[in-house]
Design a protein around this ligand. Structure first.
Ligand SMILES: Nc1ncnc2c1ncn2[C@@H]1O[C@H](COP(=O)(O)OP(=O)(O)OP(=O)(O)O)[C@@H](O)[C@H]1O
Length: 459
């Protein structure tokens, strides 16, 4: 097999030589260019398998080369060589499409790792596309765009922030980025930041040493260590308390964590993905999320559309999900009839795809043999599509609409009563799983716990 080709772009002959020697020893064929113009010509002539470029070049900057390659030869991975500590340059390079960066002085071990990672990426892109199509069902333009972004971002090491409503598929997207990238052999560790009690959070994330607090009976590695070589997915990252945000920022900056009770930092090698259903920029604005951390985790942001925004996908999605659910129950025959598809199409799905899955699962259990009908969906007990109509209330004292007067004299009692009903229904729908209930309601686990306690609904 012909050796893979690497194009080195740097105006300093010493660096070119160092890279040349190191990469040749890895069995690679190297080419070098000393400026942008030469580099652009060589990219077209030799079509390398990888390009390493310096940031500052005599006739322009390396980012424009990244952009050029993105435009003309999007399959060629580019890594940027940056000055030591210049975070901003590294972030701009990642935003422009570089898959990774390496800072000067170049550590040869890091360089070798980066290069082998990049070259592993060379593969059958259509195979990746196929996986992404299977797991991320939908043909709406927003989903097609998301799919091509995932394929591209899978090979990058850039931190990606995924936003979208609860249940819309943010974790599916994160897994696809991991599974289709060079870290796929490593672990994908997902953590719901809203579900970890604040006093345990540091030890969960960074680990602890034996004896560091009551109950720490042995050393325990944290989630950062568990994700080493793989991906750490911080779900509901907006729920991280401010003190933890500072610690997370430090871990990202130093690429190292200090276990609770430890005196030394341990290096970590994780790719960070994060998600929230909140508007993170607004959280920064409101002072609830640190802007320096926001800047670090939001290098690339991905938007997952709500199911309402891609209503055209509903029939296809419903059929595919039903097939998946039915297969898990050993049923190969399940189907939805036209009345069911019509009823589903008229519903707003505040809980998005997860809610659709729940409805299908329940209907499958209720349906007699034969196709699932609109009746089996039991929409009469659920919220209607029209958002204005959502304020209607059907089961308090038999009243079928909101009655402002009922709240007179005891607004709080009235609101508590409503909240109690909402929580009870959500708990029931989530089979009393509190994490799932919090997700369904779009609130953090902590907030749910607080509300259950306040309304004396906790057990
Ligand atoms: N496009 C899709 N195709 C197939 N299944 C999907 C799709 N989007 C979501 N799902 C399914 O819907 C469920 C919810 O998805 P996921 O957990 O990724 O949502 P989320 O946005 O991370 O939710 P949350 O905000 O509550 O954490 C999962 O079972 C997932 O498999």
């Amino acid at each position: 097999m012909a050796a893979q080709r690497v194009l080195i772009v740097d105006d300093e002959p010493d660096i070119r030589e160092l890279l040349d020697i190191t990469l040749s020893r890895m069995g690679l064929e190297t080419f070098s260019a000393a400026n942008l113009t030469e580099a652009r010509n060589m990219v077209s002539d030799i079509v390398p398998d990888l390009c390493l470029t310096d940031m500052r070049l005599p006739d322009g900057n390396g980012i424009s080369l990244v952009e050029y390659i993105q435009q003309e030869h999007a399959h060629i991975p580019v890594a940027m060589i940056t000055a030591h500590g210049s975070v901003e340059t590294a972030i701009s390079a990642l935003k422009a499409g570089a898959f990774d960066f390496i800072s000067k002085p170049i550590e040869l071990e890091t360089l070798r790792k980066l290069v082998s990672t990049a070259l592993q990426l060379e593969g059958d892109i259509s195979r990746l596309d196929k996986a992404v199509v299977q797991d991320l069902i939908g043909e709406a333009p927003a989903i097609q765009k998301l799919r091509s972004q995932i394929t591209k971002l899978a090979r990058s090491q850039a931190p990606v922030h995924i936003c979208g409503e609860s249940g819309s598929g943010k974790e599916v997207v994160a897994r696809l980025i991991h599974n289709n990238g060079p870290r796929a052999p490593g672990n994908f560790i997902a953590v719901n930041c809203g579900a970890i009690p604040p006093d345990l959070m540091e030890s969960e994330l960074f680990g602890h040493l034996k004896g560091s607090f009551t109950g720490a009976t042995s050393d325990k590695p944290g989630l950062f260590q568990a994700a080493a070589g793989g991906t750490l997915f911080l779900d509901e990252v907006a729920d991280l308390p401010l003190v933890m945000q500072v610690k997370l920022l430090r871990a990202i900056q130093e690429k190292a964590v200090r276990p609770v009770g430890g005196s030394e930092e341990v290096p970590t090698d994780v790719r960070l993905l994060s998600a929230t259903h909140k508007d993170l920029a607004a959280e920064v604005e409101a002072g609830r999320f640190r802007d320096d951390l926001y800047y670090r985790i939001n290098v690339i942001d991905l938007q997952v559309p709500s199911l309402r925004e891609r209503a055209e996908d509903l029939p296809m999605l419903a059929r595919a999900l039903l097939k998946r659910i039915a297969r898990e129950h050993g049923n190969e025959q399940a189907a939805l009839d036209d009345s069911a598809i019509e009823a589903l199409s008229g519903y707003s799905f505040p809980g998005n795809v997860r809610e659709l899955e729940n409805i299908l699962e329940r209907s499958l259990a209720l349906a007699d043999s034969g196709a699932i009908t609109a009746d089996d969906l039991q929409f009469s007990t659920m919220k209607p599509r029209n958002p204005a109509a959502r304020t209607r209330k059907s089961d308090r004292d038999g009243a079928s609409t909101w009655s402002v007067e009922e709240a007179y004299g005891d607004l709080q009692g009235y609101l508590d009563d409503m909240e109690r009903q909402i929580l009870s229904k959500a708990l029931e729908e989530s089979r009393w799983n509190k994490t799932a209930t919090a997700k369904l309601l779009g609130i953090s686990f902590r907030s749910l716990r607080y509300r259950l306690k306040k309304l004396q609904l906790d057990d």
